[in-house]
Design a protein around this ligand. Sequence first.
Ligand SMILES: Nc1ncnc2c1ncn2[C@@H]1O[C@H](COP(=O)(O)OP(=O)(O)O)[C@@H](O)[C@H]1O
Ligand SMILES: [Mg+2]
Length: 228
Amino acid sequence: MDNIIELRKICKSYGERVKTKVLFDIDLQIRKGSFNSIIGSSGSGKSTLLNIIGTLDKPTEGQVIINGTDTRNMNKDQLAELRNTTIGFIFQFHYLLPEFTARENILMPYRISNYNISREIQEWSDKLIDLTGIRDVADNLATDMSGGQQQRTAIARALINRPGIILADEPTGNLDSDTTENIYSLMRDVNREFGTTFLIITHDQRIAEKTDRIIEIRDGRIGLDIVK
Ligand SMILES: Nc1ncnc2c1ncn2[C@@H]1O[C@H](COP(=O)(O)OP(=O)(O)O)[C@@H](O)[C@H]1O
Ligand SMILES: [Mg+2]
């Protein structure tokens, strides 16, 4: 069994008095090392699902199993630790800290749990800076980079703790088509080089077609599920 992510009967409702159900009995298994896309119309439940997989949000019912561990009974600290060591997040808006350089932003998830920056981690951040092609701007403030460079920095940051899983929610949603291509080939390179599992929400059909598996969310349920 090589499933790094497993969802069992996930349901999600929002609201207290008036409940709106947005996810219905979702079962899903994601293979370790695979490169997957999630597609579907706006409001279909894609972000809700990704946030539940990333343990940023809790399902109303069902189980989220990450690396063979059921997350249902984990407390806040345990979940934070799991996220910090196992899952990297990339969002449409990169959320870099503007008062820090690209390099400092990349090291941030490491600093959260480690007081000292070891030589080894410094070398690793250098490697990520090269891999993501931001050497020339690595010491610029986050605000002093192009949109594509900022998103590359966010990708390097997502990789600093060597997570097994990267969850990306429309990571190229506000980038032009050349930069979009670039960012995708970068994520693909990372997938091939480190065996990182990717789950990427995209509305770009051409990008989705290049992934190993396309999962469509339709009205809170899995519609098409195409494995190549
Ligand atoms: N925090 C929330 N509170 C109430 N409703 C929400 C919340 N987040 C999302 N929704 C609703 O859940 C549905 C799915 O949203 P979302 O997962 O963001 O869809 P997608 O990412 O596919 O566009 C939408 O109808 C949205 O309005
Ligand atoms: Mg969304």
